[in-house]
Design a protein around this ligand. Structure first.
Ligand code: GLP
Length: 263
């Protein structure tokens, strides 16, 4: 994993938007996997800015979102579909028929999950998957114990996740207990992965998933087994990393090698 430590939330947002924009420019019909949560809001703001000010073109990009609460209709204000429209889709020129977000109010979540996987395959797989990380180390809604081979399916939410996400709802009881989520296996099939994290609250889990042992109890540790994963953190989220100086040294010196291999 390439670990990039940035000074603060703003810098993390800018850096992650640059990584995404680089891929969009490289492949106009990029298949982009996206995440929700507070963490990527700044990244999406930066992408909207790049679209507005520099003409970053999303017209041929296909988007697959990671997850959705089971039972919430797409227009529900707490749905991830609504979140994505508010924070990104309506600010860029992504074409509506190229947007895929799991349908929370589907009658048949199992059939829907299979259909979702097929749609990803039909467009040749995800090129770049953007991730945040939950307090319990989840990616998507792959709660502790999720198999690394798991595919899109319904997952029951862990107590900590319900508590963490209660801030978006009127009361904790309103947080749905289930979600449809891409599996760890679905995420790992993406050609490239970008995980972003910020704030002190994520420091422990970032140390665990970057420097701890690989375990399905912290599903983000699966990224240690991926061939192309970039992690962009702010200082606070990186504050408990033991090998911080090493990561910074690599970041500051990798151009020496990149030049030689002509990247
Ligand atoms: C939810 C989402 C995750 C996200 C996590 C962290 O549980 N399913 O995809 O990474 O929240 O959210 P935040 O960025 O608000 O800390």
């Amino acid at each position: 994993m390439e670990i990039i430590i940035t000074p603060d939330y703003e810098a993390m947002s800018k850096m992650s938007a640059v990584v995404i924009a680089r891929e969009v420019k490289r492949k106009h019909d990029l298949v982009l996997g996206l995440a929700t949560g507070d963490t990527p809001i700044g990244t999406y703001r930066e992408l909207a800015k790049l679209h507005k000010e520099e003409g970053l073109d999303f017209s041929k990009v296909t988007i697959f979102n990671l997850d959705e609460y089971l039972g919430l209709a797409p227009l529900n204000k707490n749905s991830y579909n609504y979140f994505m429209w508010e924070n990104l889709f309506k600010h860029v020129n992504v074409s509506q028929h190229k947007i895929f977000v799991p349908q929370g109010n589907t009658d048949d979540p199992e059939e829907f999950s299979e259909w979702y996987e097929k749609q990803i395959l039909n467009v040749g797989g995800i090129d770049l998957q953007v991730l945040g990380i939950g307090g319990d180390g989840h990616i998507g809604f792959n709660e502790p114990g999720s198999s690394f081979a798991s595919r899109t399916r319904v997952k029951g939410l862990y107590e900590q996740t319900i508590k963490d996400n209660a801030r978006f709802f009127d009361k904790e009881e309103d947080v749905p207990r289930f979600a449809i989520t891409m599996g760890v296996g679905t995420i790992m099939d993406a050609k490239k992965i970008l995980l972003i994290a910020s704030g002190e609250g994520k420091a422990d889990v970032c140390k665990e998933f970057i420097e701890g042992p690989v375990t399905s109890q912290i599903t983000a540790t699966a990224l240690q087994l991926h061939s192309y994963a970039i992690v962009v953190l702010d200082e606070k989220a990186a504050s408990k990393l033991e090998r911080k100086e090493y990561y910074n040294w690599v970041r500051d010196n990798k151009h020496v090698v990149e030049k030689r291999i002509g990247r």
